[in-house]
Design a protein around this ligand. Structure first.
Ligand code: FES
Length: 55
């Protein structure tokens, strides 16, 4: 089962195995958990790197 949690103005957290298709068409498989940036400040977009905490 895959679950999605929204953390305030921070990331979208996906729990469970899933595949992400990046803008260049490459795919990344996440086996347990991943945090996705919703604020646009991450230098590791689309993944959250914690920069939202300083906003
Ligand atoms: S949500 Fe964490 S860096 Fe954007």
């Amino acid at each position: 089962m895959t679950a999605i949690n929204l953390i305030g103005k921070g990331p979208l957290i996906v729990l469970g195995e899933h595949t992400v298709t990046l803008e260049d068409g490459s795919q990344v498989v996440k086996e347990t958990r991943a945090s996705y940036c919703r604020c646009g400040s991450s230098e590791n977009f689309p993944f959250c790197d914690g920069r939202h905490k300083g906003l």
